[in-house]
Design a protein around this ligand. Structure first.
Ligand code: PFF
Length: 439
C-alpha cells in the first residue's frame, strides 16, 4: 500500500478491513507467545486478567488508533504531524519504530523455527518420536546457530520482498482463505487434545484461576501480551485506520478484531495445555512450549503427518501477515521522514533487523530482553500516549466526529471517552510502575 498518495487506497469492504487488521493481530503472538507466557504466569488467573485488559484497555486503544489514522488519512508519523499541536507527539511514532525493530528481530527467529518445523514435518523427522525426543529436537533447533539463522533470514527476506513490492492486496486475498484454514486445524487439534488421557488437568490449569498466583509481574505480563497480540501501541493500527472508509464503523472493527484475536489465543491454549499435561510436560517451559507440545499431538493423530505439515505452513503465513505490518512501520518512517526510496528503505531496514535477529538467534538473553522490553515497556507506553492524545489533546469534537462519521450515533461514546481519559491511562501507568517495581 502506498502511503500519502493523493488518491488513497481504501479497503473495499468490512471483511477486507477486518482481515487485514486481524492478519496483523493474529500471528505467533496468539499461538506461540500467549500459551508460553500463560504457562509461565500460572494459568487461569493470567487468562482472566488478560481478557480484562483486552476489554478495558485493548479495545479502547484500538478504537483510538483507528480514529487517529482515519482522521489524518496518513501513516503514524504523518498523522501526529497533522493532528498534534507540537512535534513532540512524533515520539509515539519514533517509539513505534524502535519497537518494530526489536519485535521483528526476535519474531523472525521464532518464524524461522516455524519454517524449520515445516521442513522437519515435510521430511517426516518428527513422527514416531517420544515426548523426550521431541523436546531434544526443539533444543537442537534453538541451539543450531547457523541453521537457525538461515531460516530466520529466509523469513525476513520473504517479509521484505512483500513489503518492497507492496503486494499486500495479493496477500490479503490468500489470507482470507488461509486463516480460516488455520482455525479449522486448531479445532481438529483441540478435539484430539481433549480426548487424550489426562487432558482435564490442562483445562483446569487454563480455566481455574488460582488467585495466589497473581503478582505484579503476572499483571504486567498480561498487559504486555494484550498489546503485543492486538498489534496496538505502535501505530500499525493507525496506518490501517487511514485506509478505512468513512462509512465503516470503527467500534465494530475494533471489537471484531479483538474478539477474533482473543478467540484464537484461547483456542490455542485449549489445544496445548491438555496435551502438555497428558504428555507429562511442564506448562512453564518457555518459548519451546508449542514446538514441543504440538508435534506430540500430531504423532497421536490419524493423518498427523499432513495436519502437522499444514499447521506449520499456516502458522508461517500467519506470522508473515504480522511481520509485514511491522516492517511497514519502519519502511513508512524511512521513506517519509528520511526521504529514502521504498526499495532502499526496505533493504536498509532489513539489513539492520537481520543483524539484530542473528544476535537473537545466538543469544537467548538478548532474545528475551527484546521480547520483554518491546511488549512490556514500549507498547504499553505507546498505548498510554495514544489514549492521552485522543482523550485530552485532540479536542472534544474531533474524536466523536470521526467515530460517528459512518452516520450512526455511537451510544458507547461517553463510556469510551471516560475509559480513554481516566481508566486506561491510570491502569496502564499503575501496572507499568508496579511491574517496574517503582511503586
Ligand atoms: N500481533 C502480532 C502477533 O500476535 O503475532 C505481533 C505484532 C504485530 C505485534 C504487529 C505488534 C505489531 F505492531
Amino acid at each position: 500500500m502506498s502511503v500519502n498518495t493523493p488518491t488513497r487506497d481504501s479497503f473495499s469492504n468490512k471483511f477486507g478491513i477486518i482481515a487485514a487488521a486481524a492478519g496483523s493481530a493474529i500471528g505467533l503472538g496468539n499461538i506461540w507467545r500467549f500459551p508460553y507466557v500463560l504457562g509461565e504466569s500460572g494459568g487461569g488467573a493470567f487468562l482472566l486478567i488478560y481478557i480484562l485488559f483486552v476489554i478495558i484497555i485493548g479495545v479502547p486503544v484500538m478504537i483510538s488508533e483507528l480514529l487517529i489514522g482515519r482522521r489524518a488519512q496518513l501513516n503514524v508519523f504523518g498523522a501526529f504531524r497533522k493532528l498534534a499541536p507540537n512535534r513532540y507527539w512524533n515520539l509515539v511514532g519514533v517509539m513505534g519504530v524502535g519497537a518494530a525493530f526489536l519485535i521483528l528481530a526476535f519474531y523472525s527467529v521464532v518464524a524461522g523455527w516455524t519454517l524449520q518445523y515445516v521442513y522437519l514435518s515435510l521430511t517426516n523427522a518428527l513422527s514416531g518420536r517420544t515426548p523426550v525426543e521431541l523436546k531434544a529436537v526443539f533444543e537442537n533447533v534453538q541451539q543450531s546457530g547457523g541453521i537457525s539463522v538461515f531460516w530466520t533470514l529466509l523469513f525476513l527476506g520473504g517479509t521484505a520482498y512483500i513489503v518492497r513490492s507492496g503486494i499486500e492486496k495479493g496477500i490479503e486475498k490468500y489470507t482470507k482463505v488461509l486463516m480460516p484454514m488455520l482455525l479449522v486445524i486448531i479445532l481438529v487439534l483441540i478435539i484430539r487434545a481433549l480426548t487424550l488421557d489426562g487432558a482435564s488437568a490442562g483445562l483446569n490449569f487454563l480455566f481455574n484461576p488460582d488467585f495466589s498466583k497473581i503478582t505484579s509481574d503476572v499483571i504486567l505480563e498480561a498487559l504486555g501480551q494484550a498489546f503485543f497480540s492486538l498489534s496496538i501501541g505502535m501505530g500499525v493500527i493507525v496506518t490501517y485506520g487511514s485506509y478505512i472508509k468513512k462509512t465503516e464503523s470503527l467500534g465494530g472493527t475494533a471489537l471484531s478484531v479483538s474478539l477474533a484475536d482473543t478467540l484464537i489465543a484461547v483456542l490455542a491454549g485449549i489445544a496445548i495445555f491438555p496435551a502438555a499435561f497428558a504428555f507429562d510436560m511442564a506448562p512453564d517451559q518457555g518459548p519451546g512450549l508449542v514446538f514441543i507440545t504440538l508435534p506430540n499431538i500430531f504423532n497421536k493423530m490419524v493423518g498427523g503427518y499432513i495436519f502437522g505439515l499444514m499447521f506449520f505452513i499456516l502458522l508461517t503465513i500467519a506470522a508473515l501477515t504480522s511481520s509485514i505490518s511491522l516492517l511497514e512501520v519502519v519502511v513508512a518512517y524511512f521513506t517519509e521522514e528520511l526521504n529514502l526510496s521504498r526499495p532502499k528503505a526496505t533493504w536498509i531496514a532489513c539489513g539492520i533487523i537481520g543483524v539484530l535477529a542473528v544476535i537473537c538467534a545466538f543469544n537467548s538473553l538478548v532474545f528475551n530482553v527484546f521480547d520483554k522490553v518491546s511488549s512490556n515497556v514500549l507498547l504499553p507506553l505507546g498505548g498510554l500516549l495514544i489514549v492521552i492524545f485522543v482523550g485530552w489533546i485532540m479536542g472534544a469534537q474531533k474524536p466523536r466526529e470521526e467515530i460517528e462519521a459512518d452516520g450512526r450515533k455511537a451510544h458507547y461514546y461517553n463510556g469510551f471517552l471516560f475509559v480513554i481519559k481516566f481508566v486506561a491511562p491510570v491502569a496502564i501507568a499503575l501496572v507499568f510502575l508496579k511491574g517496574l517495581g517503582w511503586i
